[in-house]
Design a protein around this ligand. Sequence first.
Ligand SMILES: *Cc1c(COP(=O)(O)O)cnc(C)c1O
Length: 395
Amino acid sequence: MKPLIYLDNAATTKTAGEVVEAMLPYFTEKFGNPSSIYSLGAESKEAVTQARETIAASLGAKANEIYFTAGGSEADNWAIKAAAEAYEDHGRHIITSKIEHHAVLHTCEYLEKKGFAVTYVDVDENGIVKMDALEAAIRPDTILISIMFANNEIGTLQPVREIGELAKKHGILFHTDAVQAYGQLPIDVDACHIDMLSASGHKLNGPKGIGFLYIRKGLRLRSFVHGGGQERARRAGTENVPGIVGLGAAADRALRIMEEKAAKETALRDYLIQRLETEVPYCRLNGDRHRRLPNNVNFSFRFVEGESLLIMLDMEGICASSGSACTSGSLDPSHVLLAIGLPHEIAHGSLRLTLGEETTKEELDRVVEVVKKTVDKLRAMSPLYEDFVREQKEE
Ligand SMILES: *Cc1c(COP(=O)(O)O)cnc(C)c1O
């Protein structure tokens, strides 16, 4: 058995030991329902309150602006659908970008079927939203701008503060999917004029199936789940107490180690980028070299098929991700890579490596060796590469 090298932290992260420790009692002796009157329930309620306060403080928000959800996808769905419904008397136009997560894109497509108009603004070749295109897309009936904080595939950071200022200037709501950024980068909802923000526990060494939506006080958003009075009657259902406790512990921990972790990951990220760029011919770094998440590396290798590369990396114990998603049997290249202008065949040969706090330089050295060897092997089987090499020689 080869030792496992986990480089898919954008897909999910390992729950930190101290987070698991914090959660455990809430499965067993502290199992009370937070709505119950007796002290067993009160104990759970207190734990939920604590987590809510920790998370609010991490964003410069107030505790009553944090609503727990079952994760990032639910928070995105809630924010966009509820904002559309609440403000449709003002207009039925929404602006988002071409590189959002599917939880945002598919929600917008759903609203288009309901009669809303959606503008999907372009990004530049590095995946940064074009501010002039964004401003030009604003119409008198625009009610919502939803642009992600950081992209999950290519790691690009968006000019969130400028977008927030633009939205505010025009009296438009601003939602940001911060699932990749929350816990990795400092975020201040007031400084960035963010009205709604989505985050998810399992992307910051917390548990899966728990996240939150920040909703600025005063927004008239409808309930996501109707029922009991939990989450200020906006998201009914008995609270996922262990999950909420875990999310709170993960947020607290992320904030504590943020600076050190980001510095370490940035250095390793740049080392990996530099080695791949210099040692693998015909490759391309996707995303902005500097304005990117500390842990994100994304490359395209010409004449290589991403899925084959992943399978061969898996055989070497390396967990990574590619730019194509296998949907209903057909291999569609990533919408993000197409939006930054990559042709289909190059988008297909992409590899995303996302580092974590346990990633070491030795692991990356091994990954570089395996990628070099594997890319060579795959190219040796490619007739296109053979033609390409012949043409190069003739020139
Ligand atoms: C992972 C992710 C989501 C979905 O979060 P879940 O908690 O898995 O539902 C949404 N947006 C982005 C940018 C993500 O990376």
